[in-house]
Ligand binder design. Structure first.
Ligand SMILES: *[C@@H]1O[C@H](CO)[C@@H](O)[C@H](O)[C@H]1NC(C)=O
Ligand SMILES: [Zn+2]
Length: 273
């Protein structure tokens, strides 16, 4: 690794040790390093469908069976993947900050729940979570890690085969009112939930060090947060396997796999120098 990068890492670590409210934003890149395919991006296909044809309220009302098969497939796929060293470094840094009475929050665009599994607690899942359901009738929301989520979905959801539609009464249903539940995910054409936006706003206000991982600081939503923070001269660091466009306002760019870089940037065993 180039000495300039090493110097920058040391510089970042000094900033981190002085920070009182760290905010981390993670995107698809960190999940990709665990082998989770991105369906949200371009090129993600399941059967003949693009995600933009499945992850929508219209698709769900047209065929809850089809949409549940797709989500069942994704849930079962993610179960076979593990949090990587980047997820773990983030969770460990959070624990260390908490112990010191400082703030450390993670906003993720990912729905795979890998941050939870790595032990991150101060977590804002801005697009929801594959393992959460929400009742279409009473709104009751809960975590559901059952595999399969219901018997009728056992051995269904294969990208290769179309089976007959599952009867709505056999699809996942609400514990409170027995109505159909849906994945607690922000679908295309839906707004991010108000309470989530409020939480994010609060963290942006308090943040004195912003770290963007696995997404670009020049695309939404990172770019929006970065522009607010850079106006307040808050340092911004980006860790991305893709090269950063020159339009980025990030203070630091670390180019490479997050699983390799985050332990160097965040781990506590080399610091306190
Ligand atoms: C998950 O949802 C299914 C379908 O509604 C239900 O049968 C099951 O009990 C739920 N699992 C848990 C752990 O709540
Ligand atoms: Zn309900």
């Amino acid at each position: 690794m180039a000495s300039t990068t090493t110097g920058k890492i040391a510089e970042f670590r000094r900033l981190l040790s002085r920070a009182h409210s760290v905010l981390v934003l993670t995107g698809a890149g960190i999940s990709a390093e665990s082998g989770v395919p991105t369906f949200r991006g371009a090129g993600g296909l399941w059967r003949q469908f693009r995600v933009t044809d499945l992850a929508t309220p219209a698709a769900f009302s047209r065929s809850p069976s089809l949409v549940w098969e797709f989500y069942h497939y994704r849930r079962e796929l993610v179960r076979t993947k593990q949090p990587n060293k980047a997820h773990i470094a983030i969770a460990q840094a959070e624990a260390k900050f908490e112990k010191q009475g400082k703030r450390f929050n993670v906003i993720t665009q990912n729905v795979d729940g890998l941050h939870r599994r790595a032990g991150t607690k101060n977590l804002i899942e801005m697009h929801g979570n594959l393992f959460m359901t929400r009742c279409t009738s009473c709104g009751f929301t809960e975590e559901n890690n059952s595999s399969p989520i219901c018997e009728s979905l056992r051995n269904r959801g294969s990208p290769a085969e179309n089976g007959p539609d599952i009867n709505e009464k056999d699809l996942p249903c609400c514990r409170k009112c027995k109505s159909l539940v849906r994945p607690h995910i922000v679908w295309f054409g839906e707004q991010i939930w108000d309470d989530v936006l409020e939480k994010i706003e609060k963290e942006i206000q308090l943040c004195d060090l912003f770290l963007v991982v696995g997404t670009s600081s020049v695309v939404y939503p990172a770019a929006g947060y970065a522009s607010i923070l850079s106006q307040k001269n808050i340092p911004i660091a980006e860790v991305n396997i893709e090269t950063t466009p020159s339009t980025s306002i990030a203070t630091y760019h670390f180019h490479g796999p997050a699983a390799q870089l985050l332990p160097q940037l965040l781990s506590s065993n080399i610091d306190d120098e």
